[in-house]
Design a protein around this ligand. Structure first.
Ligand code: GLN
Length: 491
């Protein structure tokens, strides 16, 4: 048996029962990373020594009959946007090259408390800005379903690591789709929790009113298990909600989909959506109907303003958040500046890539005196209208469904020279982010090129359990599919 082919739930079960050793698990994953990651570019740092030390300690604790956490033995990768104590963290940017954080993000600390094994840090678009992981300052990541195509982004490295079985699960961050869209492009489950459900402490801030940490996994049950471990209030994040974590145990083996009302927004299946994507989404909805669910056409009329609104709010917040990268506190510092002003400007000119600079300029402009009312304030008002669209829809339906992305994974280079075409691909993920709602991407088959298609499910605030239950039910109906990349490589 190759332990890297198991789901996270299976890995932890076999570890706890004594059928699989933690060292054996870690070694199998490290061997795959060694063999395959040069071609994939999933990892920016692999923490082999620490992962093996952690595994040895776990094996000893199990041998001694000690109590084990719910993620014991699970090999998990962490997006480089999330800080890890003692392990270099760059958020895919030269401005943080070589930075070793002195603390763990709360989500990472909670993974460790649950006895998960952190195997390394994953590649991403610089500071979370992008939808393809081509905008990493270090290297692009490749989609394991087709190496000529992008894995999505910005959490592309996390998606590649899990889809190619280099880790059982990964953490990502999602500001406007960065968990859901790469999950969709790589055939995975990706969950963006309700805003405030998971602590942002230690997630390097992109847009603070939108950022959330969440899991990318190969099954819904795996996602639930990871989310359960990382969620819950945190004194280090004043926006974290005082709610208990949603749990795997609430999902149950069988889910009744009868009576469920699923809203499908007209705006989500229009002409801009690739025909194969539409067909796969319709097929998944038909399976829900077969089980007794009612599919209700709805409207989210402000959807067409969502991309513009998102790129004003997100860049405005980013322009402020990124002020901390000044060459004084951490990371890159320009050599031999003439004075303090030049230290700041040279450090930032050298450290940030072109997309990050574009967004700092956009955001600074949108917040500047004379333009604030016309852009930032207006965007905030439209954000409220987008939220109201959802409030009204949820008066009549339990859940909203549609494609996660209008297209499947595109070829490398296709959108890098045209930032607007990259932004427009976020059309279906940014609305739930602006509204703070929990949303999940579930694989629902593949297009004519064999590329995965994702179905996005959006639930009312804090209804992660319901969201995961329904996704689990649909996953059971549709079956799970494993990416064949590197399947022949024995552990
Ligand atoms: N693609 C979007 C952006 O570039 C979303 C990124 C994210 O969620 N971090 O802003």
């Amino acid at each position: 048996m190759d332990p890297t082919r198991l789901t996270l739930v299976e890995q932890t079960r076999l570890f706890k029962s004594g059928e699989l050793g933690a060292v054996e698990l870690v070694e199998a994953h490290l061997a795959r990373i060694d063999r395959l990651d040069d071609a994939l570019g999933a990892f920016l740092a692999v923490d082999a020594d620490a992962a093996l030390a952690c595994a040895r300690a776990l094996d000893a604790r199990r041998a001694a009959g000690e109590a084990l956490g719910r993620l014991a033995g699970a090999v998990i990768a962490v997006k480089d946007q999330i800080v890890t104590r003692g392990l270099v963290t760059t958020a895919g940017s030269k401005i943080l090259a070589g930075w070793v954080p002195p603390y763990d993000a709360t989500a990472v600390a909670r993974l460790r408390q649950a006895d998960a094994i952190v195997i390394g840090k994953t590649n991403q678009d610089e500071l979370g800005m992008g939808s393809s992981t081509e905008l990493s300052a270090f290297k692009p990541a490749k989609n394991p379903w087709d190496l000529a195509r992008v894995p999505g982004g910005s959490s592309g490295g996390s998606a590649v690591a899990v889809a190619a079985h280099l880790a059982a699960a990964a953490l990502g961050t999602d500001t406007g789709g960065s968990i859901r869209q790469p999950a969709s492009f790589c055939g995975l489950v990706g969950v963006k929790p309700t805003y405030g459900r998971v602590s942002r402490h230690g997630a390097i801030a992109y847009a603070s009113s939108l950022d959330q940490i969440g899991p990318l996994t190969r099954s819904v049950a795996d996602a639930a298990l990871v989310l359960e471990a990382i969620a819950g209030q945190d004194p280090h994040d004043q926006t974290s909600l005082p709610m208990p974590a949603p749990g795997l145990t609430a999902i149950g083996p069988h889910v009744d989909l009868g009576g469920l009302r699923v809203g499908v927004p007209d705006e989500y299946l229009g002409d801009g959506v690739a025909p194969d994507v539409r067909e796969r989404v319709r097929h998944a909805l038909a399976r829900l109907s077969d089980e007794g669910a009612t599919v209700v056409p709805i409207s989210l009329p402000h959807t067409r303003y969502a991309v513009a609104t998102y790129y004003l709010v997100a860049t405005a917040e980013a322009s402020s958040n990124l002020a901390r990268f000044d060459g004084i506190r951490y990371g890159h510092r320009a050599a031999a500046p003439a004075d303090l002003a030049e230290l700041f400007s040279k450090t930032r000119a050298e450290g940030f890539g072109p997309e990050v600079k574009r967004r700092i300029m956009l955001g600074t402009f949108a917040l500047s005196s004379g333009y604030y009312d016309a852009y930032y304030l207006q965007a905030q008002k439209v954000r409220t209208l987008i939220r109201r669209d959802f409030d009204q829809a949820f008066a009549a339906v339990d859940l909203i469904a549609g494609p996660t992305s209008p297209v499947t994974a595109w070829p490398h280079g296709e959108r890098t020279s045209d930032p607007l075409s990259m932004y427009l691909a976020d059309i279906f993920t940014v609305p739930a982010s602006l509204a703070g709602l929990p949303a999940l991407s579930l694989p629902v088959g593949r297009d004519a090129h064999g590329l995965p298609v994702g179905l996005q499910l959006v639930a009312p605030p804090l209804q992660e359990v319901r969201l995961l239950q329904i996704a689990h039910g649909l996953e059971t109906l549709l079956g799970r599919e494993s990416c064949p990349f590197g399947a022949e490589v024995a552990a």
